[in-house]
Design a protein around this ligand. Structure first.
Ligand code: PLP
Length: 651
C-alpha cells in the first residue's frame, strides 16, 4: 500500500500543530509520523501524539532525523556537524492514512538550498495549514497559502488554533479560497481524555482531508462498481476488474494498491496540463463557491462570456460565435444541425446531404454515428442513422511515396461528388490532420487546404471536428492553425477544460450566425442542454488557457515532438514496425499482424505488458500511439519509449 495522508504545517512555530495532529490522528484513525524532530531532548512529538491519541507502537514511526537543539532543522543539524538530506525523508509503509507533521512553518530552512516547503512538495501530500488565531493571522495564513500553492501543493484546508475570532475565519476563507476545517480553542488541560472528547465531537471528511476515503471504505469500491456500474466500450463478462484510481497528479495515476501508472494517452485524450493541475483545480473551487450553475437562456455569466471571447480570439478570423454544450458528440450534433438550418434559413431547402471521410469518428450519439458510420464501431445500429456519403481519406505516414496521388484522387472524388449532388450538400465534416479513434490516421495540411478550396468552389460548408485535435495536440492550438485553413464550423471539447469537466463548444462564422437572426423564433436555433455553459467548466477552460501561457505549453509540445521524432526513427528498422507517423504531441506506428484474431491477441498482450511496467497505453488494434499530457517529463517520455522498445523486442 502506497502511503497516503496529509501533511500538517503551521503559519509559525509553537502554535499547537502537535495538539492538532493528535486530534486528527484520533478523529481519523490515522497513524503519525514526524520526519524531522528538533529539540528532541525537550520535546518528543512522536511520544506526545502517541500518548495523547492512544496509539500503539505500530502506529507511529521514528523520525528520519532527531536533532538536539530547538532550532530550524538546518541550524540544529549544523550544531551536530551534519546536514539534513531531503532524499532520506520518505514516508513509512503503512496501510493506515498518515498524519505527517512538519517542523516550524513553511519557509523553514532544512539545509543550505532547501526549505521545508520543498520537502513537502517532494512528499506530495495534501497539506493542512494550522493558523494561530489572533492579530496577524490573516497575513500569515494568506502568505503561507500562497507559498504552498506556488509549489503546486494542494491545501486541504486550514485549522485555526487558539483564541477564536469569526472575522478571521471569514477573511481567510474568502481571500485564501480555502476551507477552515476546524477551530481548536485553547484546551484547559491536554490529556488523552480531553483529546478524545474533542475528537469525538468533530466531523472531518476523510475525502476532503486525504483526497480519498480511508481504507475502510476503499476496500469494496471494485465490488460496488461490479454490482452497479456499467463501463463504456467494455464486455463486462470477460473484462478484467476495473482498476481503482484514488488519486492523480501530473502524468501519474495512483491505484488503491499503491501502484503508479504513467498516463500516456491523457485519459482518453482529455488531460492537457496534467491531472489535478493546481491552477485549474483552484479556479474550479473558487467558481464552485461563487456561481456553480445558472440557466443559460435569459442569463449569461463572466466565465462563459470570457471563455467565448478567449477561444474565438485563438481561432482563425471569422470564427467568432460560440455555442456551448458538454461533450464532443453533442458539439458535432450541434454543428450538423446548425449547418442544416443555416441553408434552410437562407432559403436553400435542397441542401440536406452530409458528406464525411472514410474512417472518421465523430462520437456515439445518433447524428455523430451517422457521420462516423464508416469507422466501423456501430455495427447493428445502421438503421438508426441518417444517410451520409463517405469520401476517400488520404491517410499518410513517414516516407509515404504515394501520398500525392492519394490526395489527388481524394480531391477528384470530392469534385465528382459535389457535381453529382450539386445544390444538395449541406456540409462536409472532417477530423482535421488526424483521425483519432480509427487509429491516429494522419493527413497532410496540404489536403485540408485543397479541401477548403473544393468546398468553396462548390459552395458547401466545412465542419472541423477538432474535439480531439484541439488545444495543442497537433503542435499548434488547433489543427486549422497548423494547416492555415478556416472551416465554417469547428467542434471543440476534449482539451477545452484541461480535461477536468465535461464542456464543449461549437464555433461558427459570424456570417452563419447572422442567418439565424430575424423577427420570428422559427429562424432561431432551437437547441440547448441543461448544463449549457456550466460556469465551473468555463472557469476551468479559462484557467487552462492561462496555464498554456504561463507554462509555455506549445514549447513543451515542441519538445515532446522532438523526442517522439528521434524515438520513432529509432524503431523504423524493426521488422514488425510500419507506417510510423507524427504530428505535434501524437506519435503512432503499426505492428504487422496476420489477421483479426492475431491483432486482438497482440492488442491485449501489449496493453497488459505496458500496464505491468507501470504505463497506461491503450493501443487501437495493432496501432500503438502516444498522446501524453503536456506535463510529461522528458525522463518519463523516454521511459515510455523504452518500454515500447522492450515490448517490440519480445514480439
Ligand atoms: C472523442 C471524440 C468525439 C466524441 O466526444 P465525446 O465527448 O466522447 O462525446 C467526437 N469527435 C472526435 C474527433 C473525438 O475524438
Amino acid at each position: 500500500m502506497n502511503p497516503y495522508g496529509v501533511f500538517v504545517t503551521g503559519t509559525d512555530t509553537e502554535i499547537g500543530k502537535t495538539i492538532v495532529s493528535a486530534i486528527l490522528v484520533k478523529a481519523l484513525g490515522a497513524a503519525y509520523f514526524k520526519p524531522i524532530q528538533t529539540g528532541c531532548h525537550i520535546d518528543d512529538d512522536t511520544a506526545t501524539v502517541s500518548r495523547l491519541a492512544g496509539l500503539s507502537p505500530s502506529e507511529t514511526f521514528p523520525p528520519c532525523y532527531s536533532l538536539i537543539e530547538p532550532l530550524s532543522p538546518q541550524a540544529s543539524a549544523a550544531c551536530e556537524n551534519t546536514v539534513v538530506d531531503p532524499a532520506r525523508i520518505v514516508l513509512p509503509q503503512t496501510d493506515r492514512p498518515l498524519i505527517v507533521e512538519g517542523a516550524g512553518g513553511v519557509f523553514v530552512p532544512v539545509n543550505d538550498g532547501v526549505l521545508y516547503v520543498d520537502v513537502m512538495a517532494q512528499l506530495d501530500l495534501p497539506v493542512i495549514l494550522v493558523a494561530r488565531s489572533g492579530l496577524g493571522t490573516i497575513n500569515h495564513t494568506l502568505l503561507s497559502l500562497e507559498a504552498l500553492r506556488s509549489r503546486g501543493l494542494h491545501v486541504a484546508g486550514v485549522i485555526m488554533s487558539g483564541e477564536l475570532n469569526p472575522g478571521n475565519r471569514q477573511a481567510i476563507e474568502e481571500f485564501g479560497r480555502v476551507r477552515v476545517l476546524l477551530e481548536v480553542p485553547k484546551l484547559d488541560t491536554v490529556t488523552p481524555e480531553t483529546i478524545a472528547t474533542f475528537a469525538a465531537g468533530i466531523n472531518l471528511d476523510p475525502q476532503i482531508i486525504f483526497g480519498q476515503p480511508t481504507t475502510i471504505a476503499q476496500d469494496n469500491i471494485v465490488d460496488l462498481d461490479k454490482k452497479h456500474v456499467w463501463h463504456p466500450f467494455t464486455q463486462a463478462q470477460t473484462a478484467p476488474n476495473p482498476i481503482n484510481i484514488v488519486r492523480a497528479s501530473g502524468a501519474t495515476l495512483y491505484t488503491d494498491t499503491g501502484k503508479t501508472l504513467i498516463d500516456c494517452i491523457s485519459s482518453w485524450w482529455v488531460t492537457t496540463h496534467g491531472h489535478a493541475h493546481p491552477d485549474v483545480s483552484a479556479a474550479i473551487a473558487a467558481q464552485a463557491e461563487t456561481l456553480e450553475q445558472v440557466i443559460f437562456a435569459d442569463f449569461t455569466h463572466p466565465p462563459a462570456a470570457r471563455l467565448a471571447q478567449a477561444v474565438t480570439s485563438l481561432l482563425p478570423g471569422g470564427l467568432d460565435r460560440l455555442f456551448y454544450s458538454d461533450n464532443g458528440s453533442t458539439a458535432v450534433e450541434i454543428a450538423l444541425k446548425m449547418a442544416h438550418q443555416y441553408w434552410r434559413n437562407t432559403g436553400d431547402t435542397q441542401r440536406v446531404r452530409f458528406a464525411a471521410f472514410q474512417g472518421g469518428y465523430h462520437g456515439d450519439t445518433v447524428g455523430a454515428m451517422s457521420v462516423g458510420l464508416s469507422c466501423g464501431f456501430y455495427r447493428g445500429f445502421e438503421n438508426l442513422t441518417f444517410h451520409v456519403d463517405f469520401l476517400p481519406y488520404p491517410a499518410t505516414w513517414d516516407d509515404d511515396k504515394a501520398i500525392e496521388s492519394k490526395e489527388n484522387q481524394a480531391i477528384e472524388a470530392i469534385y465528382a461528388y459535389m457535381e453529382q449532388y450539386a445544390g444538395q450538400v449541406a456540409g462536409i465534416i472532417i477530423e482535421p490532420l488526424i483521425q483519432g479513434a480509427s487509429g491516429m490516421r494522419m493527413c497532410r495540411p496540404e489536403f485540408l487546404r485543397r479541401l477548403e478550396k473544393a468546398a468553396s468552389d462548390c459552395n458547401t460548408l466545412v465542419i472541423y471536428d477538432e474535439v480531439m485535435t484541439g488545444f495543442g495536440r497537433t503542435g499548434d492550438l488547433f489543427a486549422c492553425r497548423v494547416a492555415g485553413t478556416t472551416p465554417d464550423l469547428i467542434c471543440l471539447s476534449k482539451g477545452l477544460s484541461a480535461g477536468f469537466l465535461p464542456l464543449a463548444a461549437t464555433v461558427c462564422r459570424s456570417s452563419l450566425y447572422e442567418a439565424f437572426l430575424g423577427d420570428t423564433f422559427d429562424r432561431a436555433f432551437a437547441h440547448g442542454h441543461s448544463f449549457t455553459a456550466n460556469p465551473i467548466g468555463c472557469a476551468a477552460g479559462l484557467a487552462s488557457l492561462r496555464v498554456m501561457e504561463k507554462e509555455n505549453t506549445l514549447g513543451r509540445i515542441a519538445e515532446i515532438n522532438a523526442i517522439h521524432r528521434t524515438r520513432l526513427d529509432a524503431i523504423q528498422s524493426h521488422p514488425l514496425v510500419e507506417k510510423t507517423r507524427l504530428r505535434g504531441s501524437i506519435a503512432a506506428f503499426e505492428i504487422k499482424t496476420h489477421d483479426a484474431a492475431a491483432t486482438a491477441k497482440l492488442n491485449a498482450s501489449l496493453k497488459k505488458f505496458f500496464m505491468d511496467e507501470g504505463f497506461f497505453l491503450r493501443p487501437l488494434g495493432n496501432i500503438v500511439y502516444l498522446m501524453p499530457p503536456y506535463c510529461l517529463s522528458h525522463e518519463d517520455l523516454h521511459g515510455t519509449w523504452n518500454v515500447i522498445e522492450r515490448a517490440l523486442e519480445r514480439l
